[in-house]
Design a protein around this ligand. Structure first.
Ligand SMILES: [Zn+2]
Length: 125
């Protein structure tokens, strides 16, 4: 009986560990809640993804980027940078995804997985 309890306990712990690992490795695929927009290395704006669709014009270093945020995703709508790599990256809506405009030093980082939901709700008011 005692031995069985130990086996059961071990099984539960093992299952918990596996679930934690699975969550850790798939965590970045959680839907993002916020688009943090960095300009020249500093956080410039933090925009909720679940709000209405908005176009945000960033004062990029040496050019203009227009970030469209809303409907659960963010993407670079327009940019006057050479190459247009950032525009070509397309929409991102998962935690941990980034969209970068290197010439303008603009970086969009998607954040706020399930674990930070409460925090975001407080900010939303
Ligand atoms: Zn760009």
């Amino acid at each position: 009986m005692k031995k069985n309890d130990l086996i059961l306990l071990f099984g539960v712990l093992l299952l918990a560990a596996v679930l934690a690992l699975v969550f850790f490795f798939t965590g970045e695929r959680e839907p993002a809640l916020t688009a943090d927009i960095y300009v020249a290395g500093a956080l410039w704006a933090s925009v909720p993804l679940d709000g209405p669709i908005r176009d945000i014009r960033t004062p990029g270093a040496g050019g203009v980027n227009v970030v469209r945020v809303g409907d659960g995703e963010a993407y670079m709508l327009e940019a006057d940078c050479p190459g247009q790599v950032c525009v070509a990256q397309g929409p991102a809506g998962r935690t941990g995804q980034t969209i970068a405009c290197l010439p303008h030093r603009v970086l969009i980082v998607l954040s706020g997985g399930r674990g930070e939901r409460g925090e975001v709700d407080v900010i939303a008011g």
